[in-house]
Design a protein around this ligand. Structure first.
Ligand code: PMP
Length: 444
């Protein structure tokens, strides 16, 4: 990568904080996702779609806490909702009206959801969805797509970063992500290929009456951020129905695709849906929702439920109020705006690749996009996996953007926000274009 004009950005205060962090946090880090070498930037504050770090550098934030902040920072309506709640109490050992309001709002938007349970993260939402499916069906196994991220529950992590040497001759194998994962976990997870309807349906039918659920994110970021084909989702829906297992849509990220979430785009109704990120308005959150007869596994009104579910901070009124405000702001006009921003950034970057003759393209939909340094058609985890030279270009691109004041995820993910407008799109595209130009000019 050639030197950018802002390569001299002063990052001293961030570096000093990281040095200090190394004494009390392993690797100076308490969230692997935000680790970077030589050190991350430490935000001092956020303002709309901008983040200002502790050295005073400003960035257009195109990652928005890994897609969670769809309204950027400090939206007045969300701030007001939270400020009104804070003096009244941040959490109680009792339910509040706010949880009913947010549940009603989400159930009204998502056709397949009658009832919900709130929790504190997407990881928890996925864990409770899988446990609910086991409790409902009385079966032990789950199926998930190779390379798809669903948080850090043991079962949901299986085959997250499987490598070519463990790919197996034909179908994906279940391989551990974290060291120490019990063999029993791997035995109870069937790994299916993403976007291969024939193989996925065959595997689901082969495990037939042992399978509690098939967990799918219809546009999995870590597997390339490519939308599932309609045929794939249809194959999952039909084979789960045929085998009596549940279809779980993980909408922790893709709920930001539209007013009714992701399912309308694939013309499908899931049995259970998991939520997180944007629905908490910037506060820790998760939820699982579905049809009343399935959600009955959580119902304690007739004695110990099939699936007991606690959580000290679940449905706390600060999160609920922030979530309600964030959801109310997300009307059809907001989605049209986000769609337009996403289209403009995807098209602009694709144009830069062509203009500079560098292999590359974007994937994604709505306000989400991902950059790939290849012309190879990307359709699943294996085709999306960057080859070494592509990974080096991606790293160079990420760092060039950071140097030039645009923040994205190191894996090339962008998540746009409602406070962005044409001016920000222009700035983002100018920075991306100059980064792509530098990469094209660099020796291969
Ligand atoms: N599911 C998906 C699809 C996700 O992308 C994530 C987080 N990025 C999770 C689940 C886990 O959510 P959380 O980080 O809130 O635990």
């Amino acid at each position: 990568m050639t030197k950018s004009k802002t390569a001299q950005r002063n990052l001293r205060a961030s570096r000093e904080l990281h040095d200090r962090a190394k004494r009390s946090l392993p690797g100076g880090n308490t969230r692997t996702t935000v680790f970077m070498l030589p050190h991350p930037i430490y935000p001092e504050r956020g303002e709309g779609c901008r983040l200002i770090d502790v050295d005073g550098n400003a960035y257009i934030d195109c990652i928005n806490n890994f897609t969670a902040l769809i309204h950027g920072y400090g939206h007045p309506a969300i701030t007001e909702a939270v400020m009104r709640q804070l003096p009244l109490g941040t959490c109680f050992g009792a339910p509040t009206e706010s949880e009913i309001e947010l549940a009603e709002l989400l159930a009204a938007r998502v056709g397949s959801v009658d009832q919900l349970r709130f929790c504190n993260s997407g990881t928890e939402a996925v864990m409770f969805a899988l446990k609910a499916a086991r409790a409902f069906t009385g079966r032990p196994k789950i199926a998930k797509c190779e390379g798809a991220y669903h948080g850090t529950y043991d079962y949901a992590e299986v085959s997250l970063d499987s490598k070519p040497d463990s790919w197996g001759a034909n179908w994906p194998r279940s391989v551990a992500y974290a060291r120490g994962t019990p063999e029993g976990v791997l035995a109870d997870v069937v790994t299916i290929p993403f976007n291969d309807p024939v193989a996925a349906a065959e595997l689901i039918r082969a495990h037939g009456n042992e399978l509690a659920a098939v967990l799918v994110d219809p546009m999995p970021n870590r597997a390339g951020l490519v939308p599932a084909t309609p045929a794939y989702i249809q194959a999952l829906r039909e084979s789960t129905k045929a085998t009596g297992s549940l279809l779980i849509f993980d909408e922790v990220i893709v709920f930001r695709l539209g007013h009714g979430g992701a399912q309308p785009f694939w013309n499908v109704e899931a049995d259970l849906t998991t939520f997180g990120k944007i629905m908490g308005g910037g506060f820790p959150v998760g939820a699982v929702g579905g049809r009343k007869e399935i959600m009955a596994v959580f119902d304690p009104s007739k004695g110990k439920p099939a699936l007991p579910h606690g959580g000290t901070f679940s449905a706390n009124p600060v999160t609920m109020r922030a979530g309600i405000a964030a959801m109310e702001l997300l009307d059809e006009t907001a989605f049209r705006h986000l769609e337009r921003l996403g289209e403009a950034v995807r098209n602009g970057i694709d144009h830069s690749f062509r203009r500079h003759g560098l292999p590359g393209a974007t994937t994604g939909k709505g306000s989400l996009l991902k950059i790939h340094f290849t012309d190879r058609p990307v359709r699943d985890y294996r085709t999306a996996m960057p080859r070494p030279e592509e990974a080096a270009r991606l790293d160079g691109f990420f760092r060039a953007l950071l140097d030039r004041g645009v923040l994205i995820a190191p894996n090339g993910l962008f998540a746009l926000s409602t406070p962005m407008g044409d001016r920000e799109v222009e700035q983002i595209l100018a920075v991306c274009d100059s980064a792509i130009a530098s990469l094209a000019a660099a020796p291969a």
